[in-house]
Ligand binder design. Sequence first.
Ligand SMILES: [Zn+2]
Ligand SMILES: [Zn+2]
Length: 376
Amino acid sequence: MATQTTPAELGSEPQIPATMRAAVYRGVNDIRIETVPVPAIGPGELLVKIVTCGVCGTDLKKIHTGSHSAPRIFGHEMAGVVVRVGHGVHNFTLGDRVVVHHHVPCGHCYYCRKQMPAQCAVYKKVGSTAGLEPSGGGFAEFIRVMDWIVASRGVVHIPDEIPFEQAAFLEPLNTVLKGVKMLHLAADDTVLVIGQGPIGLMHAALANRTGARVLTSDLYPERHAIAAKFGLHHSIDAAKENVVERVRKATEGRGADAVILAVGGNALIKTAIDAARPGGKVMLFAQTQHSEATFDPGAVCMDEKTLLGSYSSSFEILDEVLDLAFAGYRSGFDLTQLISHRFALEDAVAAIEVASTPKADSMKIMIEPVLGLGAK
Ligand SMILES: [Zn+2]
Ligand SMILES: [Zn+2]
């Protein structure tokens, strides 16, 4: 293999070490920073040095509920640099800046044919790992990217002038765009987005690009201030105002054409349904746990409201997502504005803690093996 080269600012590494640091999930609410082996790669695979990785709500869910066996290394919103190229890989070379998708759909099974890639069995198989049971691996220094991910557009080149951090939003941006597309918004629609954390804010920003009028609600004025940077100026202070009344007032009493619920748990499902007009759509986007919730069946039957959900990303819209994240960045669609905290990998426990207890000043949390490189 050729001598390894990496961009100068990332430091030249004559050799890849045998061990690395990683945030290892050891059980419910138990993350430990440990030294683990750097994963070996096989033919058709890549070894990627992580530069930055976003903390996702689904990582937190797994950590706090114990839905997955331990030990594992989570993290899947990752961007980094190719540092080792497996035999037979021709479209990547050492030093390439890349985003890695931790799973890709097969493209031809029943669910893929029905445009439901998140239900595809291949998609459910995680193809990137920092060792242990494959679980993304972004909360470590290096990840092994498996052959089917490399072969199926799961690894994406980052254009030179795009920071790693912007690129790390590809996967969450994809999930959000997929959800917004399902609503088939029209320019004369009014959309309510409940919750202005990073995911809700991206929903609002993408809904806004369709020409629809977007109302946003959140408890924190600090988040509305960030939303304003994305052209979102119809904010509802959910701490002081009645969200449903405000939406009705803005729509001649009807309610919103579409409501996107971007707050986890079941407490706001009723608010979301009440805020939708008769015949309107209600999208559950943050209800990532199976549970039971009550709802008014008459709202669905007589009022003809549609309850729908969207989960995970779609490769059918990958080109559009790349365009939004990369070309969009050059014209001001700067998702790095959503980042409120950056933690070194050594401080990943604190990063998970901050991400798990949202406050007025916390938005997207990034974990970086070397603090500061994500912005490059
Ligand atoms: Zn995610
Ligand atoms: Zn499939």
